[in-house]
Design a protein around this ligand. Sequence first.
Ligand code: XMP
Length: 322
Amino acid sequence: NWKLNHFVQENVEKIRKLVDTKKVILGFSGGVDSFVAAYIIHKAIGSSLYCIFVDTGFILKEEKEKISFFCKKMNLFIKIIDAKKRFLSSLIGIIDPEMKRKIIGKEFVSIFQEESEKIKNVEFLAQGTIYSDVIESSTYSSLKLLKNTFFIKSHHNVGGLPNLMKLKLLEPLKELFKDEVRKIGKYLGIPKEILYQHPFPGPGLSIRIIGEVNNKKISILKEAEMILLQELKNYNIYKSVSQAFIILLPIKSVGVMGDKRTYEYVAVLRVTNTEDFMTATFSHLPYNFLEKVSSRIINEVNGINRLVYDITSKPPATIEWE
Ligand code: XMP
């Protein structure tokens, strides 16, 4: 505990001195890293911190409510930007996974650019970047490493420097591993629901809908993911797996419901165990759990009539499908 206390105190003082009377804008994702980073910076500078959470429309059901609830509990003020329409329309006709990521990254950057222009005296862009994000930044450039993405995208921008580029990065967790972030979070009193959350990719549900994204598919997937999450918790499995989610395929199959023929989407259950997310195995789940998830999703989600289980490890497959 002495070490944790030391880390927090040292950083709080450092940030307070560095930021002084300036303002900080923070890209808040709702994950454990962004909660811990926000908490430490808030401890240092209070209301000079502006946390921004972007609702891309590709987030889990009730995620916004969950974030609001815990932020309130921790006295963190966050601004929620409703950018659902904007993200969806930018993805019309897009099926390539990397294109999806690029477009989403660009939208994030534009939103942060706009938001930073609304705050007077803002001099820092904070992010909950941790050590593994730094290493993996070449693979994924979503919300984290926002500014780096921005630099890459706009290096040929010769006119006046956009606001975001002028901001200095503030990344208090940059040298920490995930388990260290969790320890600090626990020490700071961040609730378990946040500390032990499974990771969630920046592009969110948009890369779990294979092919083109639309509103109907988003709402189908949101319902299915919520059922999965509920059952993982009911069966006490959530904590023993590393990541669990549903993929919606662009394929329909025939089924029967009562005395009617159905023709609906096929969905995939993807659950993995991993230490470092570089390699992973599919989780060996109990059959009664699989049966429950399957029957609830098929019965309760309008639009899915078949659920299959992905039994591929990484490598050769990746954890996500896109
Ligand atoms: P893969 O699919 O590469 O996933 O085996 C490894 C881990 O990375 C997450 N992931 C992402 N995270 N932006 C993110 O922030 C992304 O574009 C992205 N793609 C995959 C994935 O959920 C898993 O935890």
